[in-house]
Design a protein around this ligand. Structure first.
Ligand SMILES: NC(=O)c1ccc[n+]([C@@H]2O[C@H](COP(=O)([O-])OP(=O)(O)OC[C@H]3O[C@@H](n4cnc5c(N)ncnc54)[C@H](OP(=O)(O)O)[C@@H]3O)[C@@H](O)[C@H]2O)c1
Length: 434
């Protein structure tokens, strides 16, 4: 598919993707036996998977992350008292396993977005392990939140490890370039992702950086950005969907079926390093399938709650007001269905009722489908009550008819409606010829 378009000197350009067939290679063709490698985000899931692959080559590894580990002489005590699922305990066990597999491993605490910290970390690697041969930049944080509601700070936090982090690494490497710099990117850079505008941009930066630097020898002789599709290993979705077990199960099933496994992923990485272009995608399933899954809200982000299993309306700052119009009744029913509440008042704020942004997307998708009116994904953030949403859907109401009275502060509500009318393009009815 054409992903990026540009107009240059009177001609249209588009970037497209081509499949590449890369020969199988031995790991030793991509990585030096006994070589020194630093992995940023090295104690994260994919960092540990790569470390395990490299360990039998007798490599010396520095795993760099922000979270400090307890001193080694207290590891046994930590393991003895760690609760189930403790992250530190898991990392300690993995580090021990790496050593038994043949690697020399140290961990370093550094914030890779800080140039001074990064410089110090790479100097420490050279001091403790010897001449540095390569860096794998796998540090990253998850994007999360609709672009309409994202703050500059939130987006900056997601951009930082990939943009500022890569620039900090480049600055530290310029004085003493290495053989290899691998950037862990994501297919989100090409196809986006729900709530991942910042994450997509951050990864697109990595891809462009590799294209600009590969083969120039300024930071490394070989610079390659590998944009991964979803792996089976993942902590981000598990954390993001912790409060939505049905959706989490759906996501985990998809990852188990289509996700990249450790052996496949790390073998593909070696092939990419030896014979790939400066930027490539490694996917567990066709790009078009991934793009289709990413294009809209997941098919069933919330499961309707049967009437008998619903809860009473919780105490709220608003008085209960029953739906007064057909449109309000329809909207309230969808909320009741998806929030599992037996009676939703027309002025009850969605998020005070326990609604999450994912359930909000399901509400919007349901109302769009039922009414034929295209609603933007962020509609609920702008119109968080049944009355406000119904006002938008009630397209049969004459333009000069008074909308249903709204929220507790009527003057503020009128102002909001005026602003919204000025702002909003009229909702589009689907399926009508224009
Ligand atoms: N897993 C997938 O399916 C997948 C798919 C496509 C791309 N990727 C990419 O692969 C990379 C690794 O992902 P993962 O699944 O292994 O995630 P992960 O388990 O969360 O590991 C990422 C690691 O990055 C570290 N980190 C974040 N910010 C940092 C900073 N400023 N300085 C130093 N370390 C920092 C984190 O450690 P601390 O919390 O200790 O800082 C964390 O351990 C990411 O860049 C991600 O975008 C993953």
């Amino acid at each position: 598919p054409a992903l990026v378009g540009a107009w240059r000197r009177g001609r249209p350009w588009s970037r497209s993707l081509e499949p590449v067939a890369l020969p199988e290679v031995d790991d030793a063709a991509a990585w030096r036996a006994g070589g020194v490698y630093a992995i940023t985000g090295g104690t994260g899931e994919l960092g540990l998977a790569l470390a395990a692959r490299l360990a039998p080559l007798g490599v010396r590894l520095a795993l760099i992350g922000r979270t400090p580990l307890p001193p080694e002489d207290s590891w046994d005590t930590h393991l003895a008292s760690a609760p189930d699922g403790d992250r530190t305990a898991r990392v300690i066990r993995e580090l021990r396993r790496l050593r038994t597999l043949g690697a020399e491993v140290i961990t370093l605490t550094a914030d890779i977005t800080d140039p001074a910290d990064t410089g110090r970390a790479l100097s420490a690697v050279r001091e403790r392990l010897g001449a540095l041969h390569g860096v794998v930049h796998a540090a990253g944080v998850a994007g999360n939140g609709l672009v309409q509601t994202k703050t500059r700070e939130q987006a900056s936090a997601v951009l930082a490890p990939k943009v500022a982090g890569t620039l900090a690494l480049a600055e530290a490497l310029r004085a003493e370039p290495v053989e290899l710099l691998v950037l862990y990117s994501s297919v989100a850079g090409a196809i986006g992702g729900l709530g991942e505008s910042d994450y997509a941009a951050a990864n697109a930066f990595l891809d462009a950086f590799a294209a600009a630097e590969d083969g120039r020898g300024r930071v490394a002789q070989r610079v390659v950005s590998v944009a991964w599709g979803p792996w089976r290993r993942d902590r981000w979705q598990t954390a993001a969907f912790a409060d939505n077990p049905e959706l989490l199960a759906l996501m985990l099933r998809s990852r188990q079926t289509h996700g990249i496994g450790d052996d496949t992923g790390t073998a593909a990485l070696a092939r990419a390093i030896v014979a790939g272009p400066s930027h490539l995608y490694v996917l567990g399933r066709p790009l078009a399938d991934l793009a289709a899954e990413t294009a809209g809200p997941p098919a069933s982000p919330a499961t309707p709650v049967p009437s008998a299993a619903r809860h009473p309306r919780p105490p709220l700052r608003t008085e209960y007001v029953a739906p007064r119009t057909e449109a309000e009744r329809r909207v309230a029913e969808v909320w009741q269905d998806l929030l599992g509440i037996d009676a939703v008042g027309v002025h009850d704020p969605f998020f005070d009722l326990g609604g999450s942004s994912l359930v909000g997307l399901a509400v919007v998708a349901r109302l769009s489908a039922a009414s034929g009116v295209d609603l933007a994904a962020a509609t609920l953030f702008e119109r968080p009550t049944v009355a406000q949403l119904a006002d938008l859907l009630d397209t049969d109401r004459p333009a000069d008819a008074a909308p249903a009275p709204d929220v507790t502060d009527e003057a503020a509500a009128r102002g909001e409606r005026r602003r919204a009318r000025g702002r909003r393009t009229p909702p589009r009815r689907r399926g009508r010829a224009t």
